[in-house]
Design a protein around this ligand. Structure first.
Ligand code: GLY
Ligand code: MN
Length: 462
């Protein structure tokens, strides 16, 4: 945990942003996998962690704005819990670790909220994303799960986003630990990959590194020779000569801050000339996007710059044609890059995504419905303290090629005849993590191998 004052200061600031009612923070519960006592690894809710720091299941916290009172509701362990799972601090001891004076048994929460609601005071909650929490909210607030998201408190969401979006020095330090570890995961996989290995062997090794360091994976490993599938979680393929591996993985520290890196490397000691050509175009877009990072620049413009750079490179090699500005404004480049250039990162790898990208990434401005641009998670102007990823990619998705070709889409901008030769090329992505500073940006963690020579040097090491 951070020093207890960090949590009380965050709560103090939150309280200044809302005027009346109760702020409700349901912590996460254990979530059964195949029977009650065989649960998925426990992961606390990130907003609960941010304001209350306590990494235990079964807790709900409230901030009563009108009474100026903070209470943690939960139950003490039974003797059976202790016999099977070991002892823990008492509820009072846990609460005092984060400067909370008041605790109460879990079954008193519904009475507390009911009397607030009866006297006309609002109970603010954030959009729930777990079934257990939705059931809990239904019991506490009598709101059907189907309506809970739309009835979540916009005021509360705005207040939380306005704090969590700006990372403090201690958070940045923790994120850098996660990124350092993530670099190690990538370098290890790059060195270890051999023809004949299964993807799962690499995926297992990167997970081992994250877990052995006391944390866990920040998100399920993407490790695939089918890099054109953006989030491929299937590790059944065998690495063959001529393949490239796309690895997108990151560690989460014990305090639950994450790193998120992507690399693409050849199974052979070197890229083929055709792979180099596409890799270099991806790198140009990658570096153009990074160089543009500074306060005041909208991340939408960073993304569009990456798109134009990719499209210009693809035009140079004859895969695209025509006016690049027009091609990108009409969305033709999305054949090769159907997603966004990056996202915020922190306690969640897509930070605060459960609070809604409209609030987190768009300042409540409308988002594009255009294929490709609609998947951009972060479009708002960048500000000092933001931590973001940069991850443009080039993907050759056979089904998308087939679909657009049969519809004769963007024939002014896409050279379908040449594209036929790339149908089974796969995909290439690099990704690193950046802090937006007062005068620009800073790479978090040490650089991972990105340049072709550095990637190939990893592949030739014994
Ligand atoms: N690394 C997975 C993602 O950014 O979506
Ligand atoms: Mn990412």
């Amino acid at each position: 945990m951070f020093p207890s004052a960090s949590y009380s200061e965050r709560r103090h600031e939150l309280k200044t942003k809302l005027s009346t009612g109760i702020l409700l923070f349901p912590g996460n519960e254990e979530s059964p996998m195949n029977y009650r006592d065989n649960a998925f690894p426990f992961r606390q809710d990130s907003s609960f962690l941010y304001y209350f720091g306590l990494d235990f299941p079964g807790l709900t916290a409230i901030i009563d704005l009108d009474e100026d009172k903070e209470i943690i509701f939960g139950n003490e362990l039974t003797i059976d819990d202790i016999v099977w799972m070991g002892n823990q601090p008492t509820l009072k001891e846990k609460a005092s670790q984060v400067n909370i004076l008041h605790t109460a048994p879990a079954d008193q929460l519904s009475g507390y909220l009911a009397s607030a609601l009866k006297s006309g005071r609002p109970v603010h909650y954030l959009p729930p994303y777990r079934a257990e929490t939705k059931i809990k909210l239904m019991g506490l607030l009598a709101i059907h799960p189907a309506l809970q998201e739309e009835k979540a408190s916009a005021e509360f969401i705005r207040a939380v986003v306005s704090q969590r979006a700006y990372k403090s020095a201690e958070e940045i330090e923790e994120i850098e630990k996660a990124v350092e570890l993530s670099v190690r995961m990538h370098e290890t996989a790059m060195k270890m990959a051999r023809r004949g290995m299964k993807e799962v062997e690499l995926a297992a090794e990167v997970q081992r590194i994250a877990v052995a360091a006391g944390g866990q994976l920040a998100f399920p490993v993407i490790c695939t020779i089918n890099g054109q599938t953006l989030h491929n979680h299937n590790y059944g393929n065998t690495l063959k000569s001529g393949d490239m591996v796309l690895l997108d993985t990151g560690a989460e520290t014990a305090l639950h801050y994450g790193g998120d890196l992507s690399s693409t490397f050849p199974v052979d000691p070197a890229f083929t000339p055709g792979q180099r050509e596409i890799y270099e175009i991806q790198l140009r877009a990658y570096h153009a996007a990074i160089e543009a990072l500074k306060p005041g620049v909208s991340n939408r413009d960073v993304h569009l710059l990456a798109c134009r750079t990719l499209a210009a490179g693809l035009k140079e090699i004859g895969l695209m044609k025509g006016d690049i500005e027009d091609a990108v404004s009409q969305g033709a480049h999305a054949m090769f890059f159907p997603c966004g250039t990056g996202h915020m990162m922190g306690l969640d790898i897509h930070d605060m995504e459960n609070l809604g990208e409209t609030y987190v990434g768009y300042n409540e401005q409308p988002r594009s419905l255009q294929f490709g641009l609609k998947s951009l998670r972060l479009a708002r102007p960048l500000e000092p303290g933001f931590v973001i990823t940069i991850e443009p990619g080039i993907y050759f998705i056979p089904e998308l090629i087939e679909r657009w070709k049969s519809e004769q889409r963007f024939t002014d901008f896409i050279n379908y005849e040449k594209l036929e030769r790339y149908r089974h090329f796969g995909g290439i992505r690099n990704e690193e993590n950046f802090l937006i500073t007062v005068d620009g940006h800073r790479l978090l963690g040490r650089p991972k191998p990105v340049r072709i020579a550095d990637v190939e040097a990893m592949r030739s090491e014994k």
